[in-house]
Design a protein around this ligand. Structure first.
Ligand code: ADP
Ligand code: MG
Ligand code: MG
Length: 475
């Protein structure tokens, strides 16, 4: 695990300076919406500043540029998979035998494909995540998110806060090393493109949201940004539960909610079994998929974002089905080892390899939202128990990436003093793509986010509790 000394900061820092910086940055976040709702409170009236790192973390500039460069190819790849029924079915046929949640999604997919897509166009709003292990141009893709890809709003606040912090500390000459972040305006632009494509005056954008949203500022930023960029577009926020009674289809399949025709459905949930507590939520997802509204994601794009598809795409020859030579090279350059656990010789060998050296791998089920993976000795335990059962095909195996570590100060609301930790950062690159099976209307890379965590924790979701907002400082 590579570790770097900072080019201009000395750790630990002077207490007085640190305290002042912490107060300044905390207040910056509070005043600019860099906040979360309290998970433990029932009230929606309060927010607290989101956990954050006081300094932007070092990230290799060449790796950062590579991640930006790959994005439009990744957008195209995920969309290509979404519209390739043969490939999707081939990838997921074993998974859906053992994973009920993926099977539920696949059932909806089969239903809409069999009757023919009412809306041929999909909007992809992606966030592709990476680790850098050193300061070279080599980066490794962790995963590609195609549903509820968060932090494009909050990361703009975070980069602005870090610029302000560096200025306050007298490092005005270093501001250019934090790149300009257009993630929020970019994602909003993607949604507006979809709304324009739908082309019905007065139609609305529907945000499908959780019963209670912790990451409320990030979501609201998107909504308010749409108002800013295109004041005439109405945005509705509705929970899955509300849509059970409110969402209807007209005879020509327009999606109606509270008197509004819906041009675009933007999911900020729907990726976890908990989001479908009864058959009614599954029915409402099907109803939306059968509608004329453009979806982000459509069911086919949702499925193309599964971990199993990621693993299948790493096979020799798989990318060539969707991308040109140059794009194949770019995408392949960020892949790390991924292994199928299917019930065949190849899967047997992977199981054996993982049990023998579990510390070299991550075991991943078909889930999103963090906190689902298996690490270290637990991998050996889990796989030993299911090695002869088809249950193992619900997982994929991935090489453990060991990102570079660096000292930084982490501050959480209510904690008092910033805490000095060894941190690792996960870079996310945002992109949007609007296309159907034959034609791409727009395909853009539109910004970034960096979320970091203490190197001692295995998973770093900010909402999950161990991660914190950060920004890249390019070196
Ligand atoms: P999710 O869709 O739940 O976010 P991820 O694949 O992103 O699933 O895994 C969650 C977290 O686990 C990542 O944010 C990262 O911290 C860690 N992780 C995932 N894959 C790897 C890997 N190959 N090596 C090291 N850490 C990983
Ligand atoms: Mg994910
Ligand atoms: Mg992730």
């Amino acid at each position: 695990m590579a570790e770097y000394s900072h080019p201009f900061l000395k750790f630990p820092m002077n207490e007085k300076e640190l305290e002042e910086l912490a107060q300044n940055e905390r207040d910056y976040l509070l005043l600019h919406g860099g906040s979360l709702r309290l998970r433990e409170s029932k009230s929606n009236d309060e927010v607290r500043f989101a956990p954050f790192f006081l300094f932007p973390s070092l990230f290799p500039e060449r790796g950062f540029r590579r991640a930006l460069l790959v994005q439009t190819a990744m957008n195209k790849l995920m969309m290509g998979v979404a519209y390739d029924r043969q490939f999707l079915t081939h990838c997921l046929k074993n998974t859906i035998e053992v994973d009920d949640f993926t099977a539920g999604l696949f059932k909806i997919y089969t239903a809409v494909m069999d009757e023919g897509l009412t809306q041929p166009i999909t909007l992809g709003l992606l966030r592709v995540d990476y680790f850098a292990c050193d300061l070279s141009d080599t980066i490794y893709q962790v995963e590609a998110n195609v549903i509820a890809s968060g932090w494009s709003g909050m990361s703009v606040v975070s980069t602005d806060m870090h610029r302000y912090g560096l200025t306050e500390m007298g490092h005005l000459d270093k501001l250019d090393q934090i790149p300009v972040n257009t993630s929020l305006s970019g994602i909003a632009e993607g949604m507006i493109h979809a709304w324009d494509k739908y082309n019905v005056e007065g139609a609305a954008i529907l945000f499908v949201v959780e019963e209670r949203t912790i990451n409320i500022c990030d979501q609201r930023f998107h909504e308010f940004q749409i108002y800013k960029q295109r004041p005439g577009i109405k945005v509705l926020r509705r929970t899955h539960g509300e849509l059970v009674t409110k969402a209807t289809l007209t005879s020509d399949r327009r999606l109606m909610v509270d008197g509004y025709e819906i041009a675009l459905v933007y999911y900020r949930m729907g990726y976890s079994p908990d989001h479908y507590p009864t058959d009614k939520e599954w029915s409402v997802r099907l109803l939306i998929e059968r509608s004329k509204a453009i979806k982000s994601p459509s069911i086919q794009l949702h499925l193309s974002g599964t971990k199993k598809v990621q693993q299948e795409l790493s096979r020799p020859g798989a990318l060539e089905r969707f991308l040109n030579e140059e794009e194949v090279k770019l995408c392949r350059s960020v892949f790390t080892g991924l292994y199928s656990l299917d019930m065949n010789e190849e899967g047997d060998a992977a199981v054996k390899m993982a049990i023998a050296n579990p510390e070299r791998f991550v075991l991943k089920p078909q889930r999103e939202g963090g906190g689902n993976n298996v690490y270290g000795l637990e991998i050996a335990k889990t796989l030993s128990a299911i090695k002869n059962s088809p249950e193992r095909t619900g997982y994929i195996l991935m090489d453990l990436i060991e990102p570079h570590v660096q000292p930084n100060y982490l501050l959480r609301a209510g904690q008092g003093k910033p805490q000095l930790v060894q941190a690792v950062g996960e870079l996310g690159i945002f992109g949007y793509i609007l296309s159907d099976a034959n034609q791409t209307y727009c395909n853009e890379c539109c910004g970034f986010t960096l979320r970091s965590k203490p190197s001692t924790v295995l998973e770093g979701g900010v909402i999950g509790g161990s991660g914190a907002m950060d920004s890249p400082f390019l070196v």
